[in-house]
Structure formats: structure tokens, C-alpha cells
Ligand binder design. Structure first.
Ligand code: BT5
Length: 288
């Protein structure tokens, strides 16, 4: 009821501002968890972004854009089908941690990718990190990737990535990137506006989509070339490399060592002192 109310409120706003008739863009779908009826909410504010996807579902609020994409996922759902939301009530981080998305203050974007090889699947998180970082660097902000899924600026977290495998040929790539400070975000968070960068959600989603598409096409067409390019870019983009780290492995065991490389499968190689390649871990930077 509340979401319907928001829909109606905003449709009136759009009509009055733009003087165009209100037309829902997407079918209203009922989900067992909750009905999100506000597909059209951001349509007018995301004019450019819509053009980058076969379909971009734009919601006023949702539990998690990754979950919403999963609910809408079917065998025929095309690659780059995407969901965004102005607000997430239960945004997800890795290992069921939370991701704060207050209304309009943080980009929450989930994109469906259909990797055809394990090589492509292995690189999705890092590829997304490179794409997000490049967008941020082009805005004049010196950001770096903390392996595997964080974008940091001066040690503070600007963006996070959660890629979830949802079937043999479906990965939901979820990305959160803060535009404005948020009351509920941890003290370790930062945002583009605090860093002096100003960009609209429409422009940000468009740039992120363009970046991801470029890398993804290369990865599918020429994986060897793509992986070589990623490794070259990571040498400057990834602040984990060359840093003394603590890596907490799934299961809780800690490894200490210097992060030396990202191997051909996207794993972090730590010298402890013998080299160990990690496919998944939480990493803390100790010293450069
Ligand atoms: C991540 O997990 O960083 C992955 C975040 C992915 C969010 C996107 S938004 C679109 C899509 N839909 C979803 O439901 N999720 C994805 P992790 O490395 O586990 O980091 C989680 C930690 O980041 C939390 O425990 C907090 O400490 C911190 N955090 C939460 N919200 C934050 C924010 N807005 N900015 C910076 N840090 C935040």
C-alpha cells in the first residue's frame, strides 16, 4: 500500500513537472516476499541509464536489488537485465553483512551476467572493481581497489561489490557506490560528495554500465588479452598489492603475509613466506 502511495505521489509529480501522461513502464509483478510496485519511479530521472540495458527495473525501495533480480530471473532473462533502487531495506554485503542504501544517496545496481567460461566467472568481481574505480578516478578521486571487492579512498570505503552465482550460467553482479553521506553507514564509509565529486545517479549508472560492458566484452571475446589487461591495470589500481595483509579465510583461519600478485584466476597470492593463492577471503591492509 505504501509503495503504491509512493508510486501515485511521484506519478503526479512527474506529470506536473514534465506535463506528460503517466504510464507504467513495467508490468507489476507480485513476489511472495513483498510486492514492489514502483518500477516506474525513477524512469524519468534515469533517462540515460535506461538506454544502457535491455531492461532496467528502477524501484523506489526494495529489500535488496540482488534479491529482486533473482526473483525476476528466468531462463530467458537477457544478459545485462538490471535492477536499481533508490533505497534498500536490507542491502546485502558478503557473508550476509549489511549494505546501507538511504534514499537516493547511494547507487544500488544489480546486473545479470551470463558467463560462458569459468575464466569469465572468476574475474567478475575484480572486473567490476576496475570499472567502478575508473569511473571514480575520472571524476578526479584517487580511489583504489582492496581485493577482492572494495573501492577505497584514503582507507575509507566508497563502494562494494557482491557477485552471486545464481545458476550454471547466471551471475548477479551487485554494486553499491555512495554519492552522499548516509546516517546509517559506518564511520569507515565515504562518499563522492565528501570527496568533492558531483554526479547524478543517471550519469553514474550510465558510466558504470559502459565500463562493465567494455571489460565484459573483452573478457568474453579474448580472455587471455583481457586477463593480461586486468593484471596490468591492477598493478596501479589495487592497493592490496605490495601491502602486508591479514587475510581471514572462510572458516576463520588467519594468514599474515605480503600480497604479491593476482594470478590468472583472479586469486590473491600472499607470501607467508611461501606463496598461497586465495580465491576468497576478508583482507585487512596492515602496512605498505
Ligand atoms: C560489500 O560487502 O561491500 C558488498 C556490497 C554490495 C552492495 C550492493 S548494493 C546493490 C546490490 N544489492 C545488494 O543487496 N547488495 C549489492 P562486504 O565486503 O561484506 O562489506 C560490508 C561492510 O561494508 C559492512 O559490514 C559495513 O561495515 C560496510 N558498509 C555497509 N554499508 C556501507 C556503505 N554504504 N558504505 C561503505 N561501507 C558500508
Amino acid at each position: 500500500m505504501r509503495s503504491l502511495y509512493i508510486c501515485l505521489t511521484l506519478s503526479v509529480k512527474f506529470e506536473s513537472v514534465l506535463n506528460i501522461p503517466y504510464k507504467p513502464r513495467h508490468q507489476i509483478i507480485s513476489h511472495s516476499y513483498k510486492t514492489y510496485q514502483c518500477d516506474i519511479i525513477n524512469q524519468m530521472e534515469l533517462d540515460k541509464a535506461h538506454g544502457h540495458f535491455p531492461e532496467l527495473i528502477a524501484l523506489a525501495e526494495v529489500d535488496s536489488t540482488n534479491k529482486e533480480l533473482l526473483r525476476r530471473l528466468g531462463p530467458e532473462t537477457p544478459e545485462f537485465f538490471a535492477v536499481t533502487s533508490a533505497k534498500q531495506l536490507g542491502g546485502l554485503g558478503r557473508l550476509s553483512r549489511n549494505w546501507v542504501t538511504e534514499p537516493g544517496k547511494s547507487m544500488a545496481l544489480s546486473i545479470l551476467l551470463r558467463p560462458e567460461t569459468s575464466a569469465a566467472a572468476n574475474w567478475i568481481t575484480i572486473m567490476a572493481g576496475l570499472a567502478l574505480r575508473q569511473v571514480v578516478v575520472d571524476l578526479g578521486v584517487a580511489a583504489s581497489i582492496k581485493w577482492p571487492n572494495d573501492i577505497l579512498v584514503e582507507g575509507r570505503k566508497l563502494a562494494g561489490i557482491l557477485a552471486e552465482l545464481s545458476g550454471p550460467n547466471a551471475v548477479i553482479l551487485g554494486m553499491g557506490l555512495n554519492l552522499e553521506p548516509q546516517q546509517g553507514a559506518p564511520e569507515t564509509a565515504t562518499s563522492l560528495s565528501e570527496l568533492g565529486a558531483d554526479i547524478s545517479m543517471d550519469q553514474l549508472i550510465s558510466l558504470v554500465a559502459t565500463g562493465i560492458k567494455g571489460y565484459w566484452e573483452l573478457l568474453n571475446e579474448n580472455p587471455t588479452e583481457a586477463i593480461a589487461k586486468f593484471q596490468t591495470e591492477l598493478a596501479t589500481a589495487c592497493s592490496t598489492l605490495g601491502t602486508e595483509v591479514r587475510a581471514e579465510l572462510p572458516g576463520g583461519r588467519n594468514l599474515y603475509g605480503v600480497a604479491k600478485a593476482i594470478d590468472a584466476e583472479g586469486r590473491l597470492v600472499i607470501e607467508c613466506p611461501e606463496p598461497v593463492a586465495l580465491a576468497a577471503a576478508d583482507v585487512w591492509h596492515l602496512r605498505n
